[in-house]
Design a protein. Structure first.
Ligand code: NDP
Ligand code: GDR
Length: 355
């Protein structure tokens, strides 16, 4: 019998990699997508199957984490063995603009799914994965951060995810649901949303190299992140749900780079060295060969409260799940720049980023 999985957020970066992984493992995969006025399934179109075929294993349903009746009906119809709750308003800076919506989708949305499991009496059948985040650690309390490190959220996004984290723990303890939090540090890929800093950088590197853009505008260059590859991280999510009991795990590489270093390593992929001059908002990145300013600070990308330093310790995941990150940040940047060069050569399309 094929296992059945329900993925919320299937049209996002992680949803696409996870759907692919589960299909390879023989699962029947149901994905939840939102109604949108334009196509929003680009990341999973290659997995689409004609719903009239007899052996369809990838199915999509309309839904929204803000709509509990929709979620209850979906869970009832699908009767999933595993739910992966990846849907979220996932942009930290946008959460300062849309705090109430973010709390609804990212916080209460998680409760709605857990309640669906309970209302339908699926506590003994359906395992639950919650996409928790290193943003929970926020203001540095300990380096590196592990499962026992105290949380200190620094954005409406992180505060909403804090509720989701604890409600997942609570439903595990109160109702015996096999529920797990993956506390995932930043993970990226060529499928990363274009307004997250790594993809914004690699797209700009490709566009500047091809003469389609003059400059890259960024915010805080000194912020430090533990960047891994999404392909590695979805494997970790799956492993959490294969354990005999639910638990909480950090997934991270343990290696830290600044935004500035990510800029440098990405430009290196097109043989461009960056020279930095000036300080603060006056800082500029010059193309060392031509002297042209190609990186500039725009304070609009500064956040009201910033998370300065994230470095994860994934020892528990290594010991209990046999999980380890396999792709380095240098390999990640190289793959992302190469893919963005391919895309831009094909389409010539390079919109500026607003966040
Ligand atoms: P993306 O932003 O790429 O994808 C988010 C997905 O959620 C999209 O499919 C989006 O749909 C969907 N979505 C947003 N709001 C709703 C809603 N109200 N109802 C239903 N679906 C909704 O995120 P990632 O793939 O990068 O991340 C997956 C999850 O992991 C998120 O919860 C994120 O917060 C969390 N996370 C991510 C990390 C990372 O580094 N990538 C690290 C730690 C946690 P649409 O395509 O229509 O916008
Ligand atoms: P983050 O990712 O906030 O860590 O959340 P993001 O790539 O947006 O920012 C990383 C760091 O880069 C700094 N930065 C900029 N960020 C953006 N987006 N745009 C810029 O121009 C820019 N310049 C500098 C930011 O200030 C920040 O310090 C991601 C999301 O995927 C969350 O959903 C997830 O939970 C966490 O990672 C782990």
């Amino acid at each position: 019998m094929n296992k059945v999985a329900l993925i919320t957020g299937v049209t996002g970066q992680d949803g696409a990699y996870l759907a692919e992984l589960l299909l390879q493992k023989g699962y029947i995969v149901h994905g939840v997508k939102r109604r949108s006025s334009s196509f929003n399934t680009g990341r999973v179109d290659h997995l689409y199957q004609d719903p009239h075929a007899s052996d369809v294993r990838f199915l999509m349903h309309y839904g929204d984490l803000a709509d509990s009746t929709n979620l209850i009906r979906l869970v009832q119809e699908v009767q999933p063995d595993e739910i992966y709750n990846l849907a979220a308003q996932s942009h930290v800076q946008v959460s300062f603009e849309t705090p109430e919506y973010t709390a609804n989708a990212d916080g209460v949305g998680t409760l709605r799914l857990l309640e669906a499991i309970r209302i339908l009496k699926l506590e003994g059948k359906t395992r639950f994965y919650q996409a928790s985040t290193s943003e929970l650690y926020g203001k540095v309390q300990e380096i590196p951060q592990r499962e026992s490190t105290p949380f200190y959220p620094r954005s409406p996004y992180a505060a909403a995810k804090l509720y989701a984290y604890w409600i997942t723990v609570n439903y595990r303890e109160a109702y015996g649901i096999h529920a797990s939090n993956g506390i995932l540090f930043n993970h990226e890929s060529p499928l990363r949303g274009e307004t997250f800093v790594t993809r914004k950088i690699t797209r700009a590197v490709a566009a500047i190299h091809l003469g389609l853009q003059n400059k890259l505008y960024l915010g805080n260059l000194d912020s430090k992140r533990d960047w891994g590859h999404a392909r590695d991280y979805v494997e970790g999510m799956w492993r959490m749900l294969q354990q005999p009991i639910g638990d909480d795990y950090v997934l991270a590489t343990g290696k830290v780079r600044s935004v500035r270093e990510f800029v440098e390593m990405s430009f290196r992929e097109v043989d461009c060295a960056i020279e930095w001059t000036g300080t603060g908002v006056e800082e500029r990145g010059l193309d060392a060969k031509t002297g042209e300013v190609i990186v500039q600070i725009d304070p609009r990308y500064f956040r009201p409260t910033e998370v300065e330093y994230l470095q994860g310790d994934a020892t528990k995941a290594r010991d209990k799940l046999g999980w380890q990150a396999t792709i380095t940040v240098e390999e990640l940047a190289a793959e992302m720049v190469a893919e963005d060069l391919k895309v831009l050569r094909r389409t010539g399309d390079c919109h500026a980023s607003h966040v």
